[in-house]
Design a protein around this ligand. Structure first.
Ligand SMILES: NC(=O)c1ccc[n+]([C@@H]2O[C@H](COP(=O)([O-])OP(=O)(O)OC[C@H]3O[C@@H](n4cnc5c(N)ncnc54)[C@H](OP(=O)(O)O)[C@@H]3O)[C@@H](O)[C@H]2O)c1
Length: 371
């Protein structure tokens, strides 16, 4: 389904227009889809090491996660539609992890991506058409570089791929098992040297630890290409901004996870309408203080003919990051694609940031986040 350009806007050719991908077209596209602007020009792709990725990717944490995200296997057809629709509209970056999927569904996110890629194979012309960024968990039993390389091979099997786009260390063990961390870094080096990954990245690293791993990998001839961190209007403190500065100085691309604050910035939740499951506990604490940020988002969204989610994602792009909003419904993909093809003005960015800074509560940081 090609998305229509906004009236009066010069639309770049939708990058995927010539790539029918077996998409089951939703019967009635929501009105939001018809308002979406043009997506992006091929030269607006962003470099992550040797890879050229779309200015936004999609996250797949929910794919297989029953506990937090209410996943059921009956959702798989819709998830496949999400994947196909994204691909068809030029999105080539999909973030996953070997720990995604709860209980017996562990690894389900990678397995589903593998299946969807395979079933879409005819339309994938080059490896660059789909870039999988997976994350390897720093489980306590992964103590040697060889065990970390085995983890990478298991991910490749689930994904049915010979080589990954980005192999990322999911978190640093510096805060509680510093000796383990060196083995994990060596594992990243081995994966890269064996050609199992095109690029190496980290996740949940703060600026200080990022400098350390960057210099260690560089000493082994391995470039560190990406750093993934929680980054949104609800997670934009000094730590995130310092990390961005360090990334820029080292040529590392910052990937923004949870750009919608787990859904809080979409505007669809409030104190009387909370999501099901454990998210409600967090939302109950944070949402009551977000009135002025949410009304600022709503005001700017209305003025620009966009939605609140589109504005929240666009803010991440304006800050020079690659956001990876989580999606589990076709309407999420349709709406989030509309975050591309336009930019917030600097006055709007300043207004949003002032409202965000005034919010009494921010997102809780990942327990594994380092300094
Ligand atoms: N490296 C790490 O440690 C780490 C940690 C967290 C996430 N991540 C990655 O980042 C990705 C994104 O983060 P996230 O999933 O935590 O949070 P998010 O992107 O902030 O929020 C995603 C959720 O918001 C809702 N949503 C998305 N688009 C929407 C739309 N247009 N309209 C209304 N609701 C919408 C959906 O949930 P509901 O419909 O249920 O509200 C969706 O699952 C993950 O999938 C994962 O790949 C990485």
């Amino acid at each position: 389904m090609a998305l229509l350009p906004a009236a009066g806007a010069a639309a770049p050719a939708t990058p995927s227009a010539a790539k029918p991908c077996g998409l089951r077209r939703p019967s009635a596209p929501p009105a939001a889809a018809l308002r979406l602007g043009p997506l992006f020009w091929p030269w607006e792709k962003v470099k992550i090491g040797p890879l050229s990725v779309s200015p936004m990717g999609f996250g797949t944490w929910a794919w297989g996660n029953q506990l937090l995200w209410g996943y059921e296997e009956s959702m798989d057809n819709e998830l496949q539609d999400c994947f196909n629709l994204a691909l068809r509209n030029g999105i080539n970056l999909f973030d996953t992890a070997d720990s995604y999927g709860t209980g017996r569904l562990n690894g389900q996110s990678e397995r589903l991506l593998g299946k969807f890629i395979l079933e879409c194979e005819g339309t994938i012309k080059s490896p660059d058409d789909v870039i999988i960024a997976t994350k390897f968990a720093a489980y306590p039993w992964r103590l040697t570089s060889g065990q970390f390389v085995s983890a990478c091979k298991s991910s490749l099997e689930r994904l049915q791929l010979d080589r990954l786009g980005i192999g990322q260390l999911h978190w640093s063990t510096a805060n509680y098992a510093p000796l383990q961390e060196r083995a994990l870094w060596d594992g990243l080096v081995e994966m890269y040297d064996k050609g199992l990954v095109s690029a190496v990245g980290v996740s949940n690293y703060g600026p200080k630890q990022l400098l350390k791993i960057h210099s260690y990998l560089a000493s082994k001839g391995v470039p560190l290409s990406s750093a993934q961190v929680q980054f949104s209007l609800l997670s934009m403190g000094d730590d995130q901004m310092e990390l961005k500065t360090v990334c820029d100085s080292l040529g590392i691309r910052l990937i923004a996870y949870s750009p919608l604050g787990l859904g809080m910035l979409t505007g669809k939740y409030d104190a009387s309408n909370l999501p099901k499951g454990p998210r409600s506990v967090l939302f109950r604490q944070i949402l009551p203080g977000l009135e002025s940020l949410l009304s600022c988002l709503r005001r700017i969204a209305e003025k620009k003919g966009k939605t609140m989610s589109q504005v929240a994602i666009n803010w991440c792009i304006c800050k020079g990051t690659i956001p990876i909003p989580g999606v589990k419904m076709v309407r999420h993909v349709e709406e989030n694609l509309g975050a591309l093809g336009w930019r917030l003005s600097s006055a709007e960015i300043a207004e949003l940031e002032a409202a965000a800074m005034a919010a009494p509560k921010k997102m809780v940081q990942n327990v594994f986040q380092t300094a």
